[in-house]
Design a protein around this ligand. Structure first.
Ligand code: URA
Length: 268
């Protein structure tokens, strides 16, 4: 075992402790694939083989601000490009939306970001101040934690698609209003129809309750696969809630393992 291996083991242990786990079984190979704690340390990232179809063009975003790169001409690239084009067309249609008063107060319209053919889609409630400034979802502190959560299930942010129910920031980060949801949710529904994820992960109670049209508690919603317009949907903690209450991280980690199992049966 060399110093690089020791560092990997230390990173793995630190990650599991951060997620609230105090006991675990070592699967030797998992030491070399788990990246929750490795942001900024690219030592083993480049060697990682994702189980998901992260083709070289998966870095292309559904977000139109990012330039499309050239793709080789085969069926999977065709469907990737078609999904990307549909998202770009949708964006062009809706990005100037003024259907509710949030259109007046927003700085930027936050459409969504990620792989146009993602198998996993994360959905938050609405952009916050950082997202409103940058026009991208989950880029503030909560977003950084979401990135770590995605890495904990051995995926990259570019593998998944991240969006929100509302595309414009509610002033003062208040909860979305019913009339805002009614105006904005059709955009999300269309995004889901284009992306066709295998599973959607609603981030937080408000997101879960809003999408599922229920007043059930987060506790009642977690740990189950629900149906959202024919798509599988599960609910977990909002990363902002985990920042406020780190003791919930171990429960969130259980949800993430559940998500990964539902996605491809992989045990973490
Ligand atoms: N919280 C959300 O629900 N969405 C974001 O994009 C950022 C913070």
């Amino acid at each position: 075992m060399n110093s690089k291996d020791i560092k990997l083991i230390a990173d793995f242990v630190a990650q599991r402790l951060e997620m609230g786990e105090t006991e675990w079984f070592f699967k030797p190979e998992s030491l070399f694939t788990n990246e929750f704690n490795s942001i900024g340390s690219p030592s083993h990232m480049s060697e990682r083989k994702s189980k998901q179809k992260v083709a070289e063009n998966a870095v292309l975003r559904g977000h139109p601000a990012i330039e499309k790169e050239s793709c080789t001409n085969n069926d999977s690239n065709d469907s990737f490009s078609a999904a990307q084009k549909s998202l770009q067309e949708l964006y062009s249609t809706v990005c100037g939306c003024m259907r509710c008063p949030l259109g007046q107060s927003r700085t930027k319209f936050v459409f969504g970001d990620g792989n146009p053919q993602a198998d996993i889609m994360f959905i938050g409630e609405a952009p916050g101040a950082d997202e409103d400034r940058q026009g991208l979802p989950f880029v503030g502190r909560a977003g950084q934690l979401l990135t770590k959560m995605i890495k904990a299930i051995e995926l990259h942010r570019e593998d998944v698609y991240i969006g929100n129910i509302l595309k414009c920031r509610p002033p003062g980060n208040r909860d979305p209003k019913q009339e805002e949801i009614e105006k904005c949710e059709p955009i999300l529904i269309r995004q889901i129809e284009i992306i066709k994820p295998k599973i959607i992960c609603a981030l937080g109670r408000i997101s879960g309750q809003t999408l599922l049209r229920t007043k059930s508690s987060l506790t009642a919603l977690r740990g189950k696969v629900h149906d959202y317009r024919g798509f599988k949907l599960m609910v977990t903690y909002h990363p902002a809630a985990l920042l406020r209450n780190p003791k919930w991280k171990s429960a969130a980690w259980e949800d993430l393992k559940f998500l990964r199992r539902e996605y491809d049966g992989m045990e973490l």
